[in-house]
Design a protein around this ligand. Sequence first.
Ligand code: PMP
Length: 303
Amino acid sequence: MANYYNENTVLYLNGSFVKASEAKMDFYSQSFHYGYSVFEGIRSYRTVTGETKIFKAEAHYQRLKNSATALNLPYTWAASELIAATYELLAKNNLQDAYIRPVVYAPANMSFNLNTESFIVIEVWEMAPFLGDKLLRVMSSSFQRPNPKGFKIHAKAAGHYVNSILASQEAKANGFDEALLSDMNGNVAEGPGANVFFEKEGRLYTTALGNILPGITRATVLEICEELHIPVEEKLFTKEDMYGADAAFFCGTAAEVIGMQSLDDQPFTMAWENTLSKQIQDAYKELVVEKKGVLVNEVLGVE
Ligand code: PMP
């Protein structure tokens, strides 16, 4: 198992900075028993000027609030307050290239009733920027994503991730790198922790919103496509539509933009280096570290 903290690590817990090794939560929490909590996955980067920058911090904390609201978890925090706390937490832990994990959770409650308060923890740990681009061998999963009629699928809710764990473990047990899940109608939805794009004849396609988590990286890729004048369509499609396409990739905060070699052993046919997908991967890598260029100015609104 990875080392997420040591005796010096500090986390943010309900307004205070406390040692990770001394922080406590209630074992009678409704979140622990029923997977009833919401969270975010955010990254910070050391930019080209040496500053620490949380990528799309407002969008992530807005989604945290939306997720909590969707699940009826009381939410009282302002984004500005949490962003300031996160920067302070990074500094206290001496981190620049980090993964940031806020979790909003419920108090002790064994019933299914509404609570009058929630709690928040923010944890940070080192995550080096993604460097390699080893293409992934992907397997279409036997698991479907949770049905939006049974779950608030646009929320980043802890309980949904049992589905992600099952799908990812199944793919690895079958010798693949990662899973690709369908929605309840059999259309391609997303990966266990990332959205999906594919490329065919100079156009990109990604799953339309509705049955997937609306990824912030997905939105960023759409912005990059606009800036680079790459035609892109949001629509529903099947795994058969992806078989033999020119290229495909997963995108997410943790995964960044990572190409696929094959889906169900059906190879993507263009050399990755020659694809529009690779151009997007490069543009994303530059954007997160604010490497100067058209993209940084347009997408991040930097002067
Ligand atoms: N789908 C799922 C199921 C995820 O867990 C994630 C990661 N948060 C994504 C998509 C990508 O979202 P984002 O780009 O906001 O990280």
